[in-house]
Design a protein around this ligand. Structure first.
Ligand code: BGC
Length: 738
């Protein structure tokens, strides 16, 4: 048996000092100075730990009774995870909870009621990083008051596949927008001394066969797309943890993928936190440990407790160097020290949650995330001119839809629509009790008539007897299930077409997790994409419909016209037996994800990336761009030229002919400005140099080609307003630099 690196007598002599360091108590702190750096404290703690304590730190349990195994006794019940602390070293338990929309509950008779943010895709649609931060800060606080110090927040998988059942948890198709918005959410969560976890690293972009699919993608294409989204989210948010995904990448499981974990994440990006596996995504002991996994999660999800006794034995036999186990433990402890988990212990005290304040945060995100896709004849905002308003479908009389799976947040009082969707995971379908109908009735003096929309002819009759019809169309999406196509389910297209044919002004409100097709689009007057709008979604929808707030969301993902426009006719793995292994080829589109693919192929989308109407109008002047420290600095002015207060989302795209880019243009930056009528504001945008570069795999560097770049100011990917040119010198910089 090989000895630990520190000889015993030395460890004994230095233990008190090490302990003091680990616990943050040095002469400096006693005198009121700064605590020692997290690196030092983590190193000191690891040096003081026994082999068993290190093993205990890298092996996580599911904190819910599962597969005949009882949850750990000190874990918060019905939650995602638990890792025992080391009391003598002042290391607390790690108490893990899902996820991006708020404090979730695992399958339980009595789920905890917590505040739900709108879906991640909705927050991304706000294009407002401050809202992403505020949302993260709110759910992080609810997590802390629920007894959690690790929150599995930070879903940033790109929307390569509009049929992916988890698109609602992510932030769309663009690496810059996704990275910034998710990075801000992570920063918000961690402002509560709660570790956040960016996930699912990497290319876990479909649910079909998610544990069997081998994603094929080249290094350069990945660095300029999915990996860039992670890189930006990590830089901005500095998450304590990264969760590796279920899938394989170029032949190796993501959780034992040397390229992803050791080379890209830890070497090139200099990531100092730890890698935790997704629940059931660890497949080995020695390869996983050597290839970069730092913590196995959620036992008994995996086939074997790889990082428990087997890892101890591998260390004792020298198959895994003791220094590697030290590194694993040190990374975990460093994340805990860096985020103040030792100084700010958590307790279960949900009574301290300020429910009204949380609701206000959720509502603000929902309001700015709702996208007005179409508004003919100025039908919206609604005025007080209707005698009877028909509200059709979507259970809009009682609530709004939410997405399913491990991220499910439950409302107080339970779902107002019981027994919908699958009885077990990822069901049931949960509605949040915020009724759009009631919120509208509180604002408009009209008679409201509700019809469930299930019978198209009957719904049309109700519409015919009203002066205005608002149809709520829903698409429930959930973890572990992809959508079969891009259509609204349950014949809702028929209902909408029939209602529109009744001839009354017709508005469609979509509550979906992903883009959907709209065969009835030409027949309706207005369409709102409200996504899953969260705990106060009904209020948010009503406020946008009535113009109490401007419609200021913009699409973070392209809405295709049909499946035929996508890189893959169907999701690979569809129809295969459960156990079948298969691959999917992301080299088809490479880095040309979403709008980039559409532009490269000349496809006209139904609604373009960045699209979204406002109730006012904006003009843009004075666009200028100059080379600035190897990147580009852009300036322009936006003015509100309409009669209502509103929020503009000017977008800056960049292009370079002949530079070997994956597509004609890339999003280089944006701004979000709140402007009163007549008011104007100036934007200054620094374009991230990586958005101007191509990744050179051989040199492991980014390269900006010398020459002329076109900077386009636009209202959407398909709506340019002005362009300028700027000349850049050649530049190369390291894979982890900017
Ligand atoms: C999901 C993760 C989640 C974990 C714990 C997995 O099934 O993919 O996103 O954090 O479960 O609940």
């Amino acid at each position: 048996m090989r000895q630990q690196t520190t000889p015993r007598h030395h460890a004994m002599r230095t233990l008190p000092l090490l302990l003091a360091l680990a616990m943050g108590m040095t002469a400096a702190t006693a005198a009121g100075g700064d605590a020692p750096a997290p690196d030092q404290r983590a190193a000191a703690a690891v040096a003081a730990m026994t082999l068993d304590e290190k093993i205990q730190t890298v092996f996580g349990y599911f904190s819910t009774d599962f597969k005949g195994t009882a949850r750990p006794k000190d874990g918060v019940p019905f939650t995602a995870g638990f890792i025992a602390g080391v009391e003598r070293l002042g290391i607390p338990h790690q108490q893990l909870t899902d996820a991006g929309m708020g404090v979730a509950t695992q399958p339980s008779e009595q789920p905890r009621a917590r505040t739900a943010l709108p879906a991640g895709i909705a927050t991304a649609a706000s294009w407002n990083p401050a809202l992403a931060y505020a949302g993260g800060a709110m759910i992080g606080q609810e997590a802390r008051l629920s007894g959690h110090n690790v929150m599995l927040v930070g879903g940033v998988n790109l929307q390569r596949e509009p049929r992916n059942g988890r698109n609602f948890e992510y932030a769309g198709e663009d690496p810059l927008l996704s990275g910034v918005m998710v990075g801000e959410a992570i920063r918000g969560v961690q402002s509560n001394h709660v570790v956040a976890t960016v996930k699912h690293f990497a290319y876990n972009n479909q649910e079909t066969g998610r544990t069997k699919v081998d994603v094929r993608i080249g290094d350069a294409a990945g660095r300029m797309s999915d990996l860039l989204a992670f890189q930006i989210a990590i830089e901005r948010g500095d998450p304590g943890a990264v969760m590796c995904g279920y899938n394989l990448v170029n032949g190796f499981y993501a959780c034992e993928n040397d390229y992803l974990l050791n080379q890209v994440l830890k070497r090139d990006w200099g990531y100092k936190g730890y890698v935790m596996s997704d629940w059931g995504a660890t497949h080995s002991t020695i390869p996983a440990a050597l290839n970069g996994l730092d913590q196995q999660s959620g036992w008994p999800f995996d086939l074997s407790p790889y990082f428990n006794g087997a890892l101890k034995e591998a260390v004792e036999n020298g198959h895994v160097p003791p220094a590697r186990l030290d590194d694993m433990a040190r990374r975990i402890l460093r994340a805990m020290y860096a985020n103040g988990l030792m100084e700010h212990p958590v307790r279960v005290e949900p009574e301290k949650i300020d429910v009204a304040a949380s609701a206000a945060v959720s509502q603000a995100a929902a309001e700015e995330g709702i996208v007005l896709l179409k508004n003919d004849k100025g039908l919206l905002p609604l005025t007080n001119t209707y005698t009877t308003i028909a509200i059709i479908g979507g259970h809009a009389d009682v609530g709004v839809l939410s997405g399913g799976g491990s991220s499910q947040v439950y409302p107080a009082g339970g779902s107002p629509v019981p027994n919908e969707g699958p009885a077990s995971f990822p069901g049931p379908t949960v509605y949040l009790p915020s009724s759009p109908l009631k919120a509208l009735a509180a604002r408009l003096h009209a008679k409201f008539v509700y019809h469930d929309g299930k019978d198209a002819a009957a719904a049309a009759k109700v519409a015919a007897g009203s002066d205005l019809a608002i149809v709520f169309a829903t698409q429930w999406t959930a973890e572990s299930l992809d959508q079969p196509d891009l259509s609204l389910p349950n014949r809702q297209d028929e209902t909408i077409a029939a209602v529109a044919a009744a001839g009354k002004p017709t508005v469609v409100v979509l509550e979906t997790g992903s883009p959907v097709t709209m065969p009835w689009l030409g027949a309706v007057d207005a369409v709102l994409a409200a996504w899953y709008p969260g705990s106060s979604g009904g209020e948010a929808i009503a406020r946008v419909l009535t113009g109490e707030v401007d419609a200021s969301g913009r699409l973070p993902a392209t809405f295709p016209r049909s499946v035929a426009q996508l890189p893959r006719a169907r999701v690979d793995g569809t129809g295969l037996p459960e156990a079948a292994r298969f691959s999917t080829d992301y080299n088809i589109e490479g880095a040309a994800v979403g709008y980039k693919w559409f532009e490269k192929k000349g496809h006209q989308p139904l609604f373009a990336f960045g699209h979204g109407l406002s109730y006012t109008s904006f003009s843009y002047t004075g666009l200028s761009a100059k080379a600035d420290g190897g990147a580009i600095a852009v300036r322009f002015k936006t003015a509100n030229t309409g009669k209502r207060a509103g929020k503009a989302v000017p977008q800056v795209y960049v292009s370079k002919v002949g530079a070997g880019w994956e597509a004609p243009k890339r999003l280089g930056g944006w701004d979000k400005l709140a402007l009163a009528p007549g008011q104007s504001g100036e934007s200054r945008i620094g374009i991230d140099p990586r958005v101007l570069a191509v990744f050179d795999t051989r040199a492991n560097q980014w390269r900006i080609a010398a020459g002329e770049y076109v900077v386009t100011l636009a209202e959407a990917a398909d709506k340019p307003v002005a362009t300028v040119k700027v000349r850049l010198p050649a530049r190369a910089f390291a894979a982890g630099a900017r």
